[in-house]
Design a protein around this ligand. Structure first.
Ligand code: CLF
Ligand code: SF4
Length: 521
């Protein structure tokens, strides 16, 4: 790691930043649309569409699966693990595993040289035409490995100019590399910001490596927050879209994240992604070993909801690995190991990719039209009822997955006024080798226990009965329909049954967030 750090140029002087207590101050004129969201525009965040933001911003986000919730049903991203070193220590990270900023602690990545990374990107791009974004997100910190990170971006800009470039960083080195970031047209930068107060920060970060020395405790957290804020301001001034990732750590920064949200909004952040802490003891992190728990599903939602009205929220993050490949929520990295891509015939056919993406756009328009039609059919219903619904999908914006094959459920909140995506819940497959695994069922029900219904393409007799007795309605009558239209159709029937007194509307309980590494389907 020290060897990696030697290649980092001398850090710039820390510039005094404005105090964070008066967060509503104007800091910089944001080039993105993060500021307009506060003026009452509801859809300017990841759930926004072309009507919610300036055309140039929509152009940047429309096929980025992390920056647009709609896009994540249709477009894929990939990460290349070229950045092994890190310049800070987080209590939720064990260096043997991938960076928790952008990847769940899982197996150690296959580290790549820039040349291997570029070959891998070209191989994936020719096999998966909907792969539109390449990110460098570890397994350490992208900017603690600047030579490898920017060499990879440089080559990709030349060889695959239609692929959007994205990077993720803890922000410590960010102010030193804003020029490089702009030079390679990296339009999307994620900064992990867990605090804007060093008293909170010292509970998360034991040390940083800065200005050729290791710095501990509150001083370390103070420098880190100053560098993060400065880097964010500089990116905003240059028109780079920024997303802020925050790890929600109950009892440490849960009440503080509102302040973080307002601070990053004031500095022009486009999106704020609040993610649950993963702290299983077997990952060997300080938090895991000291019993620091992660939040429940409703605790996470409550913090996200409390932050509404500030920086726009992303709720569809999958905390993916530093070598993830595919749609968010799926991991096809096993298909693209170094050995496999060595044997692949790689033909980067730009026209074929663009033609495929045009077809995807048509599906997307159909999805939007279906949602609109769903609302029109609900127009006469006025009700204060709002419920959560789980959906099994393999992508394309449709209810198209068997209950037993789902490795995650997407969760939507529906009312007569809106249907909004609120998150996802990872589960172990119920169906393995063609048979239902009954011991998995309680954990699946736990994961969606706050939902009134689960929409699937099909569900077996046994789980159907178990779901019903847990108070969750299994619904397969909307198989292969667009998700929002299906949810609105079911909801209309639900309200009807409540009004006919066939059923009594009841509030549901909490649900658990499944911990641990993602197991690919
Ligand atoms: Fe990767 Fe991050 Fe770019 Fe996306 S991931 S570098 S912005 S391309 Fe996305 Fe993965 Fe969540 Fe990150 S789902 S962990 S937010
Ligand atoms: Fe680990 Fe990432 Fe934190 Fe570095 S920034 S310590 S790699 S989680």
């Amino acid at each position: 790691m020290d060897k990696e750090n030697q290649s980092i140029p001398a850090p710039a002087q820390i510039r005094a930043i404005r105090p964070l207590s008066g967060i509503a101050v104007e800091v910089v004129a944001p080039a993105g649309c993060g500021s307009t969201g506060a003026a009452g525009k509801s859809g300017c965040g990841s759930s926004g569409g072309p009507a919610d933001m300036p055309a140039d911003i929509w152009e940047k986000v429309k096929d980025h699966p992390c920056y647009s919730e709609e896009a994540h049903h249709h477009y894929a991203r990939m990460h290349v693990a070229v950045a092994p070193a890190c310049n800070i220590q987080c209590h939720y990270c064990n260096r043997k595993y991938d960076c928790s900023n952008e990847s769940r602690p899982g197996v150690v990545s296959q580290k790549l040289s820039p040349q291997q990374a570029v070959r891998k990107v070209l191989a994936v791009a020719s096999a998966i035409p909907q792969m539109t974004v390449l990110g460098i997100a570890g397994p350490g910190d992208a900017l603690a490995n600047p030579a490898k990170t920017f060499e990879t971006f440089r080559m990709l800009q030349e060889q695959a100019p239609d692929i959007k470039l994205c990077l993720s960083t803890n922000g410590l080195a960010l102010p030193d590399y804003v020029d490089e970031i702009c030079r390679y047209n990296i339009d999307h930068v994620t900064i992990t910001i867990n605090m804007v107060d060093a008293a909170v920060g010292e509970k998360i970060y034991p040390w940083i490596f800065y200005d050729h020395r290791r710095i501990y405790g509150r001083e370390a957290a103070q420098i880190l927050t100053q560098r993060q804020m400065l880097g964010l301001e500089m990116l905003t001034q240059r028109g780079v879209l920024t997303k802020i990732n925050s790890v929600l750590i109950p009892g440490v920064n849960d009440e503080h994240l509102f302040e973080v949200n307002r601070a990053v909004k004031a500095r022009g952040a486009f999106l704020h992604n609040i993610m649950p802490l993963i702290s299983e003891p077997e990952h060997g992190t300080v938090y895991g070993l000291t019993g620091q728990r992660g939040p429940t599903a409703q605790e996470l939602k409550a913090v996200q909801d409390a932050c509404m009205g500030g920086a726009n929220l992303m709720r569809h993050c999958r905390q993916c690995r530093a070598d993830a490949v595919g749609l968010l929520g799926e991991d096809r990295s096993d298909e693209f190991t170094l050995e496999q891509i060595g044997q692949m015939e790689v033909t980067y056919d730009l026209e074929k990719r663009l033609a495929y993406q045009q077809k995807v756009e048509q599906e997307r328009l159909a999805q939007r039209a279906a949602k609109q039609a769903g609302f029109e059919s609900l127009a006469s219903k006025e009700s204060p009822v709002a419920v959560l619904v789980a959906v099994a999908t393999t992508g394309g914006g449709k209810v198209n997955q068997h209950f037993g094959h789902a490795s995650e459920f997407q969760i939507y909140q529906v009312s007569a006024a809106a249907v909004t995506f609120v998150g996802h819940r990872r589960v172990d497959h119920y169906c393995l080798g063609g048979y239902g695994e009954d011991e998995q069922l309680p954990s699946i029900i736990d994961a969606i226990n706050d939902c009134h219904a689960v929409l699937v393409s099909k569900v077996g007799a046994c789980p159907r009965e178990e779901l019903k007795s847990a108070g969750i309605e299994p619904v397969d009558s909307y198989a292969f329909e667009f998700i929002e239209k299906a949810i609105l159709g079911w909801f209309q029937g639900y309200l009807q049954r409540v009004s006919n007194k066939e059923i009594i509307h009841q509030v549901r309980g909490d649900a658990s967030i499944r911990q641990g590494a993602f197991i690919a389907a």
